[in-house]
Design a protein around this ligand. Structure first.
Ligand code: SF4
Ligand code: SF4
Length: 307
């Protein structure tokens, strides 16, 4: 990677408690090869910056229309504003011009140095809590060189502080293999054990994901498995049983984190002008979550809700 190369980042959050041990800074990289139906961060999916219009804040002044040289933003039939992603180059002029802060750009190009400078603000807390840096997304493996350089430099500068990567595992093995020496913990998604169901729910099969999990385990990586829990999709005994069998076959995994489905991401789809494919589906019920927890605990795993 050339010095000064950039990655596409959509958020950096400090003091995270759920992305690995201790207090952590989580860097979210934008771009993901999957399209999980329940994804609560749709703004993380596309591998380019995106402008978003927020209806509740708009006062209808039309300044955005005046400043957009690309004519990418226009009044919509319902009185709102519609951004044409084919025309919008995320220049940010409308964001600057909007008096209501009703426009936002998701995703910005950042150098490794700029990210590390932000992460360094939390370094003291990370050090005293046994925390560190977590790369998340989107899918961090979709920007392999940037992710590797970030982790390598962080470890060097923070003298071996803890590193974690949250991943779907949907990448070439060579990408994971290169990251291995720089990662203390993989928070590894298992969305559905069946390839056809996985394809239906996420847009891709899980063959490479399962194979990568096995190769990581064989290579001695520390793994925590994360399972989103979607009622009626992957929380029945058959799916849970197959998932438990697979995880047990890895032989090194003790802990499974269950991530119950919620609907907090739904408004974001409207803002992005996309259809939410689980519209109307209720959030995971406590009874079903507890049944899944008990089932997996009965298979011998330490099970946490929410990680
Ligand atoms: S970000 Fe730029 S191109 Fe996109 S809608 Fe705003 S002004 Fe137009
Ligand atoms: S500039 Fe902002 S407040 Fe004015 S119409 Fe555009 S989005 Fe709405």
């Amino acid at each position: 990677m050339t010095r000064g190369a950039t990655g596409l980042v959509f958020d950096i959050r400090g003091f995270s408690l759920h992305d690995g041990p201790g207090l952590r800074t989580t860097v979210f990289l934008k771009g993901c090869p999957l399209r999980c139906r329940w994804c609560c961060n749709p703004e993380s999916q596309r591998a380019h910056p995106e402008a978003v219009w927020i209806a509740e804040r708009c006062i209808g002044c039309n300044r955005c229309l005046e400043v957009c040289a690309a004519r990418a933003i226009a009044p919509a039939a319902d009185g709102g504003r519609r951004i044409d992603p084919g025309r919008c180059d995320a220049c940010g002029r409308c964001v600057e011009a909007c008096p209501g802060e009703a426009l936002q750009i998701f995703g910005r190009r950042m150098t490794v140095e700029a990210v590390l400078a932000q992460v360094a603000r939390d370094a003291l807390y990370a050090e005293h809590s046994g925390g560190g840096l977590t790369l998340s997304g989107g899918e961090p493996l979709a920007q392999p060189e940037f992710a590797l350089e970030l982790l390598r430099r962080y470890r060097r500068e923070e003298k071996g502080a803890h590193t974690a990567v949250e991943t779907s595992g949907e990448a070439d093995w060579e990408v994971l293999e290169a990251l291995l020496p720089e990662v203390d913990l993989f928070l590894y998604d298992l969305k559905h054990p069946d390839p056809a169901a996985h394809r239906r729910l996420t847009g891709r099969g899980n063959e490479r994901i399962l194979e990568n999990a096995r190769r990581l385990a064989d290579a001695g990586a520390e793994l925590v498995i994360r399972m989103p829990l979607i009622e009626g999709e992957n929380d029945d005994p058959r799916a849970l049983g197959a998932a438990a069998d697979f995880v047990a076959s890895l032989r090194v995994v003790r802990r499974i984190d269950l991530l119950p489905y919620h609907r907090l991401g739904e408004p974001k789809y409207r803002r992005l002008g996309r259809r939410y494919r689980l519209e109307g589906k209720p959030a995971a019920s406590p009874g079903r979550v507890e049944a899944a927890r008990a089932f997996l605990a009965g298979c011998g795993f330490e099970v946490r809700i929410g990680g």
